[in-house]
Write a protein that binds this ligand. Structure first.
Ligand SMILES: Nc1ncnc2c1ncn2[C@@H]1O[C@H](COP(=O)(O)OP(=O)(O)OP(=O)(O)O)[C@@H](O)[C@H]1O
Ligand SMILES: [Mg+2]
Length: 271
């Protein structure tokens, strides 16, 4: 899936009430299947940019367009929800979604199926959540695993909100790929920081996303684990034919990606 940004602007309100420009990007394109490293000092807007692309935040103006038209029909979710799938939405993870949530899911998913180019800035919050759940894998700067659930359950929960049936075999495959087959039933508190980070990588890939956004995924790891984690993210992203945008302030990491973009140059609001 390719992503294009046009005239993207975001301001935050400072504690004194002033509006501070944080993102001002004229144009940027990430190609289908491309792997890009984002670099830039602290506060240059890296996390904010990823949040905008993922639809966690909305911009003040500009467009963020996802194009799925370069992909085979089989790879693109058709957006239609079968009765069995909506049942899965309501029951995965032991939690039960209210009937209204399932209904909203059906209508929103059908709307999203209408076109292959989606401007996420034009979607409602509910539609952005569905679009993200289906198409984007996010590896957070802090990993956000749910402490009350095991490694396997954390990965399965990543599949809960897509309308597709959950796929334990794929979840186990991912945990095997990240070297945690013998830790499937451990809760995060009993895993090392590096192991928790690998669960977060597996969870981000749980839905076979079309785009992986990774925010300093190696920040809390020693150099050897950081290298392994980068290799893992790149290999798994390629395995599902997704595009990758990876933030790292560590040049040893970011320089390994085929294209490196400096926020100081891309983002006119930086610095
Ligand atoms: N909710 C908010 N309200 C006001 N200002 C914010 C908010 N979130 C971020 N900012 C400001 O926006 C700027 C960019 O923040 P962002 O988190 O995107 O930086 P970053 O490049 O990811 O930095 P780091 O490398 O430290 O993670 C910072 O100056 C920050 O103070
Ligand atoms: Mg950040």
């Amino acid at each position: 899936m390719s992503v294009e940004l046009f005239q993207l602007k975001k301001r935050f309100v400072a504690p004194d009430g002033a509006a501070v420009p944080v993102i001002d990007v004229a144009e940027f394109r990430l190609g289908d299947g491309e792997q890009v490293g984002l670099i830039g000092g602290s506060g240059t807007g890296k996390t904010t940019l990823l949040h905008l692309i993922a639809g966690i935040l909305t911009p003040d103006s500009g467009r963020i367009q996802f194009d799925l038209s370069g992909e085979s029909a089989a790879a693109v979710p058709d957006g239609s929800v079968k009765a069995s799938e909506s049942a899965a939405v309501s029951s995965v993870g032991g939690a039960t979604a209210p009937a209204a949530a399932v209904l909203d899911y059906r209508t929103t998913a059908a709307t999203l199926a209408a076109g292959r180019i989606t401007d996420i800035t034009q979607l409602s919050e509910a539609a952005r959540d569905i679009f993200r759940g289906r198409n984007i894998g996010y590896i957070f700067q802090t990993h956000h695993l749910l402490p009350g659930f095991t490694a396997l359950e954390n990965v399965l929960l990543g599949m809960s909100f897509t309308g597709r049936p959950s796929d334990p075999a794929w979840a186990k495959h991912l945990l095997k790929e990240v070297g945690l087959t013998d830790r499937l039933h451990y809760r995060p508190g009993k895993l090392s920081v590096g192991q928790q980070q690998r669960v977060a990588v597996a969870r981000a890939l749980a839905n076979r996303p079309r785009l992986v956004l990774a925010d300093e995924p190696t920040g809390s790891l020693d150099p050897k684990s950081a290298q392994q984690s980068l290799d893992l993210i790149r290999r798994l992203t390629a395995e599902v034919n997704a595009s990758l945008m990876l933030v790292s302030h560590d040049p040893m990491i970011s320089r390994q990606l085929p294209r490196v973009v400096d926020l100081a140059e891309l983002n006119r609001a930086a610095g």
